[in-house]
Design a binder for this molecule. Sequence first.
Ligand SMILES: C[S@@+](CC[C@H](N)C(=O)[O-])C[C@H]1O[C@@H](n2cnc3c(N)ncnc32)[C@H](O)[C@@H]1O
Length: 253
Amino acid sequence: MAALLLFESSPVMLASWHNLSARISLKDNSMSSFEAAHGKDVWKYAEADPKHSNLLNNAMACDARIVVSTIIDGCPEIFEGVNTIVDVGGGDGTTLRLLVEAFPWINGINFDLPHVASVAPHAICVVHVGGDMFNYVPKADAAFLMWVLHDWSDEECIQILTKCREAIPQDNGKVIIVEAIIGGKEESIIRGSNNEKLKDVGLMLDMVMMAHTSNGKERTSKEWAYVLNEAGFGRHTISHINAVQSVIQAYPS
Ligand SMILES: C[S@@+](CC[C@H](N)C(=O)[O-])C[C@H]1O[C@@H](n2cnc3c(N)ncnc32)[C@H](O)[C@@H]1O
C-alpha cells in the first residue's frame, strides 16, 4: 500500500489533478491533464524519468500482489492447460512471478516498454521482453492484461487486443483480462447489492483515468463486449473475484 500512496501523492501525479481544467478548456478534449502539466503522456514521462518510472512500477507491483493472490485463490482453473503466458504491459514482472510460483508448469513472458523490461528484476521461468504492444505481442498460449486496457480508448484497445489475438493459438488460445467492470443496468442484475459499492469505485476510477491518461476510461460489461467483438473475440466469460477487478476470458472467433 505504501508504494501506491507514494506514487499517487507524488508531485508529478498530483500536478495532473491541478490541470484537470485542460479537459474543459480545450474544445476537442485533445490534451490530457497529465500532458497539460508535463508536456508528454504518462508513459513518455516515465521513460524520461527513471525515478518516476520506478515509483510507478512499485505502485503497480503493490496492487498486483493483492489482486493476483485473489485470482489464484478465486479461480485457479483459469490457468489449467496454459503452459506459456505473455503478460502484456506486465510492469516489473511481479504478476508473472506470482503466477509461476502458484502454477509451476507455466513459463512467462513479461512484455512491457523497453525502459520497463530492461530494469525488471530476474525471476525464475520469466523472461522480460521489451516492445510496443501496438506493434507486436510475443506468442504464447494465453495473453494476460491487467490494468492495461483501461488506460486506452476503444480504438486503441481494439488494436492491442488484435495484436494479442495474433499472438495466441486460434483454436485453443485465450486472452485473460483483469479489469474493473463498472455499473450499467446490466451490472445491477449480475452483481446484485455489490453494484452500489462498485458504482462509487467506478466513478473514482474513471476520475483517475481522466486525470492520468489521455483517452483511458472504465467500461461496463457491454463496453467490454464491444471492444472484444471488434478485435475478433466472438466469445467471452466473466468471473467475479474478491477485488475491484473482474476476470474476463476471451476466445478468438
Ligand atoms: C497501469 S500499468 C499496469 C502494470 C501491470 N499490468 C500491473 O497490473 O501491475 C500499465 C503498463 O503498461 C505499460 N505500457 C504502456 N504502453 C505500452 C506499450 N505501448 N507497449 C507495452 N507496454 C506498455 C506501462 O509501461 C505499464 O507497465
